[in-house]
Structures are given as structure tokens and as C-alpha cells.
Design a protein. Structure first.
Length: 137
């Protein structure tokens, strides 16, 4: 089973600035087919609050910062994302919530598949039922 994890993004520093590159595999465990970004989130709001059934995501703080709480159905872990040169890989069947957004944050997300509203658990109890009905690895 694939597990969530932080991944460092290659960075190339020079006097004119820094360049970071993500080209999919082998850096990520998938080749992205969709990119979206979230911004203008009030500090008190949460985003995501779901689990993907069959898709994967790589989440980056392009500017600012936020907290991601990930939940595999058995335990929860918090990650602080506040640098554009690393991100969090989220495999399928991991509940995740983005919160504690700093002002002017821009969150970028690379996804393994095109958007499909049916590829998502939006009710936490439905996610738990799905996870706990599978053999634990």
C-alpha cells in the first residue's frame, strides 16, 4: 500500500532566483494529468476534507503556508507545508484536511487523474467504512 509522505522538490539556486521542477515519475509515484491551485482561503476555513477513492495528489505550498491533517482511518498526522521546494504526496484512501492557512497562501495540487466527482469520499464515516472493510496491510 502506498503511504503519504513528504517529498523534496529539486531546486536550482542562482543569482537570478530559484527554479524548482516537477516532471512526474520518478519524483512522484504518478504522472500528473491535472493541476489546480487554491488561494484566498480565510484563516479559519478548511479545504479538501475528503479522501480520493482511486486518485493520487501531490500538494505544495507555492506561497504562504498551511497545515494538512492526514488520516488513514486508524491514526492522524499533521504536516506543516510552508516552502515551495517540498510537498506532501497523498495516495488514494487517505482523508485529508487543509487548515490554518496563512494570509496570501497559494496551495498547488498535482493530481493523477482528471476531476471526477464520484472519485471522492466527502463524508468521513463513508471513508471509514471503505478503509475498515479492506484488509489492513
Amino acid at each position: 500500500m502506498k503511504q503519504y509522505r513528504l517529498i523534496d522538490i529539486p531546486r536550482f539556486d542562482e543569482p537570478r532566483g530559484t527554479l524548482s521542477v516537477i516532471e512526474g515519475k520518478p519524483l512522484l509515484p504518478f504522472n500528473p494529468v491535472r493541476f489546480f491551485y487554491i488561494y484566498g482561503v480565510p484563516v479559519s476555513e478548511k479545504r479538501a476534507c475528503d479522501a480520493l477513492k482511486d486518485s493520487e495528489e501531490f500538494i505544495i505550498a507555492l506561497a504562504g503556508g498551511f497545515t494538512i491533517t492526514v488520516d488513514d482511518g486508524y491514526s492522524k498526522t499533521d504536516f506543516e507545508l510552508n516552502r515551495p521546494d517540498h510537498g506532501l504526496y497523498i495516495p488514494s484512501l487517505i482523508w485529508h484536511e487543509l487548515h490554518n492557512f496563512a494570509p496570501s497562501t497559494v496551495c498547488g495540487v498535482l493530481a493523477s487523474k482528471p476531476y471526477d466527482q464520484n472519485d471522492c469520499y466527502r463524508v468521513y464515516e463513508d471513508f471509514l467504512d471503505a478503509v475498515r472493510s479492506r484488509p489492513r496491510v
